[in-house]
Write a protein that binds this ligand. Structure first.
Ligand code: ZN
Length: 492
């Protein structure tokens, strides 16, 4: 049974998607006015872990992440540089996609941009006016929180303090100033605007997520994520807009991750302790060690980022990689052992158990570290056999579908017919499309010939040799699949 802590109910609940086996997930995406910093990535990596785990557990999943490319901050940024809004945001959109690839964050199914969904937002504002939840003042439209008695149910704000009828135009504001909030902001001098049925202007930030989530996921969907600072006002306002209009529950499980601080202090540009991924890459930080660090603190705890912790994450990760390397390159006796089979099953079970308990990553990682410890003991006693090693490698590979901390594998397939031709010295041009050095390819061909001649000792020797060069081979019916594997870090 999978359990998540639901901010809405304030407790851990059993996770049951609306449609059995199918998860619909919405995560608030970047506001593209700057490069994303490690605080943002903490949230995106928590969401990635959640998503990868649900996929691992066999759910199908639709993931939508919005791109906020029009709001107070993007407009200010474009104006400061004297360029168009889209020219300004394009830079950061491109950077965002580069960064998530570097961090092995699995891409969403849809990345709707706010500027491409203006009609959907206008329709929503119109609907809210028709139903009496929104009103027009000075060409802008506001949501009347007094009309929605459940306002505050997510953030648990004190309803008594609601200052109904007073309005706030800013997209982000403090809990102390609970006001009617802007759905649509009237055109202002020097700001981008859209000419629409409800007048000239631009959308507020909150309406964007309500309009785009319902378009791609329906009026009610399973999981909505973000950082704790999104709870109020952003998510509270999303609930008000969506539920007022549809009359249905908006989201079934709200999951929020906590803050990231740096060296015990709040991160801020002015203090110089705000790091983007780019800042860290410039300091030669391994992005996958950063991923590992950001992932390994439970999402509902404050994460204290320090360079010392980053070093520790790097060495923990290296330990896992070294273990994998050892399994791939060591010679094992033939066969399979009971002890290893039990170890593999237990590890997988404990790994799943950990993450099933509100993404308790520490428990899952402990299961992995215990596996390494136990397997190393078996290896030192020569009790680990070839099939055991292969079983453990398979397990590591499948756990990495969730953790995604090994470098993304690169590889390909060399078809059997191509290998046959190469082995018979026919069609040398065939090798051109294979992105391997001649040396390596020749070894693969030599091995193919050895196997055809049933010289398995030579075939195995070559396989072993290539492994040490960081290339893993797998024989399939179609041919040979090759894959680069992470090389062992050189000491010093
Ligand atoms: Zn949002």
């Amino acid at each position: 049974m999978i359990k998540f802590f639901n901010t809405l109910s304030g407790r851990k609940e059993e996770f049951q998607p609306l449609v059995p086996g199918e998860v619909k997930l919405y995560t608030c995406g970047p506001t593209v006015y700057d490069y994303a910093h490690i605080g943002n990535f903490r949230a995106y990596i928590f969401e990635d872990l959640l998503k990868r785990f649900l996929l691992f557990m066999g759910y199908t999943l639709t993931h939508v992440m919005n791109i906020t490319d029009v709001d107070d901050k993007t407009i200010r940024g474009a104006a400061a540089q004297g360029i168009s809004l889209s020219a300004f945001t394009d830079t950061y959109i491109k950077a965002f996609f580069e960064d998530i690839r570097t961090l092995r964050i699995a891409p969403a199914d849809h990345y709707p941009k706010a500027t491409e969904h203006i009609p959907e937002m206008v329709a929503m504002v119109k609907g809210l006016v028709q139903k009496g939840y929104a009103y027009k003042r000075d060409e802008s439209y506001y949501f009347s929180i007094a009309k929605f008695p459940e306002y505050g149910k997510l953030s648990k704000i004190n309803i008594e303090e609601l200052q109904s009828g007073q309005r706030v135009d800013a997209d982000e504001y403090e809990k102390e100033s609970v006001h009617d909030f802007a759905l649509w902001k009237a055109k202002k001098e020097g700001e981008p605007f859209w000419q629409t049925e409800i007048g000239a202007g631009r959308p507020g930030w909150h309406i964007e997520c309500s309009a785009m989530s319902s378009k791609y996921l329906g009026e009610t969907f399973d999981i909505h994520c973000g950082g704790v600072d999104n709870i109020f006002p952003h998510h509270e306002n999303e609930i008000a807009q969506s539920e007022a209009l549809s009359g249905k529950p908006f989201v079934r499980y709200w999951l929020h991750c906590h803050h990231l601080i740096v060296d015990g202090e709040k991160m801020s540009k002015s203090k110089g302790n705000q790091f983007t991924l780019r800042d860290l890459l410039a300091r030669n930080v391994d992005p996958l060690a950063l991923r590992f660090l950001l992932m390994s603190t439970h999402y509902r705890k404050t994460l204290n980022f320090t360079f010392e912790a980053l070093c520790q994450a790097e060495s923990s990760l290296q330990r896992i990689k070294d273990f994998e390397y050892e399994l791939r390159t060591r010679s094992f006796g033939e066969g399979k052992s009971q002890a290893a089979a039990k170890l593999i099953n237990q590890t997988k079970e404990r790994f799943i158990q950990g993450l099933s308990d509100d993404l308790n990553i520490s428990a899952s990682l402990t299961a992995l570290y215990d596996l390494i410890k136990e397997a190393n003991i078996l290896m030192s006693e020569n009790r680990l056999l070839r099939s055991d090693a292969e079983g453990i490698l398979n397990l590591l590979c499948s756990l990495d579908d969730v953790l995604a901390v090994f470098p993304a594998p690169e590889g390909g397939m060399i078809e059997k017919a191509v290998l046959d031709s190469l082995a018979a010295d026919k069609g040398p041009g065939l090798a051109i499309n294979i992105p391997l050095s001649d040396e390596v390819l020749q070894k693969i061909v030599l091995r193919h010939r050895a196997r055809a001649e049933r010289d398995f000792r030579l075939a195995d020797e070559i396989r072993h040799h290539l492994l040490k060069q960081g290339i893993a081979l797998e024989d399939t019916r179609q041919g040979v699949r090759w894959k680069t594997i992470p090389a062992k870090k050189q000491p010093g």
